[in-house]
Write a protein that binds this ligand. Structure first.
Ligand code: GTP
Ligand code: MG
Length: 201
């Protein structure tokens, strides 16, 4: 899929104030600093569309970007940022949870995982929560340029084994590097395939 147009529409903390045109949306979530905003910029080809930062906790709102006048990319805040404090983390988690549970337009939630790490408790709990709430999701391993291919494979194998302890099937899995501009096409193709199945005017 070619992204011809990507425009920022609205930011807020309340799912009830999100766009009401019924277009399908694809949201990106994951721990703070995992690379959500950078990935959105790579997918859209618009540097600076989503605010990325080396300081974790940059995105604190639900941000809607309209793509090709037909579907939305949604940049969500990251969960689990330690320096935000317990109360701060709860507020952000509440924003994420209310968005994913209330938005009927949410067509697929991309959960981003940093490929450098062993399976993290907070991510596994979040994925379990998605299963319990029937949220359709896919996984994207980010920052693949930061370690060798064999180390990526090793870490991903650990994640898969962990997932298969509680899931019968694995979700779709993607790999991206915004530094090397890799993996974006596959994510966009996946979105395009789903868009063909949902009505878009
Ligand atoms: P919050 O909004 O704070 O939750 O963070 P985020 O998940 O949106 O992360 P963001 O895109 O702001 O990126 C965090 C840092 O990781 C930035 O310094 C990015 O440049 C860097 N980064 C993101 N993706 C990649 C990648 O694929 N490769 C490398 N090398 N760095 C990356
Ligand atoms: Mg961000």
């Amino acid at each position: 899929m070619v992204v011809k147009k990507a425009e920022f529409i609205i930011s807020n903390t309340n799912p009830a104030l999100c766009p009401k045109d019924g277009r399908p949306e694809y949201a990106f979530t994951g721990r703070s600093n995992v690379g959500k905003s950078s990935l959105i910029n790579m997918l859209t080809g618009v540097k600076g569309l989503a605010l990325a930062s080396s300081t974790p906790g940059k995105t604190q709102l639900i941000n809607h970007f309209l793509i090709n006048n037909s579907w939305y990319i949604v940049d969500l805040p990251g969960y689990g940022f330690a320096q935000r404090g317990k109360k701060g983390r709860e507020i952000i988690r509440e924003i994420i949870d209310s968005y994913i549970n209330q938005r009927e337009e949410l067509t697929c939630l991309f959960v981003l995982l940093d490929c450098r790490h062993e399976p993290q408790k907070i991510d596994m709990e979040f994925i379990t929560y998605l299963g319990e709430n029937g949220i359709p999701f896919a996984i994207i391993f980010t920052k693949t340029d930061k370690i060798s291919g064999s180390k990526v494979n090793e870490n991903v194998a650990n994640y898969k084994a962990k997932l298969l302890e509680s899931w019968e099937e694995l979700p779709p899995i993607f790999f991206t590097s915004t530094l090397k501009k890799k993996g974006g096409e596959e994510v966009l193709e996946y979105i395009e395939e789903i868009n063909k199945l949902v009505v878009i005017d």
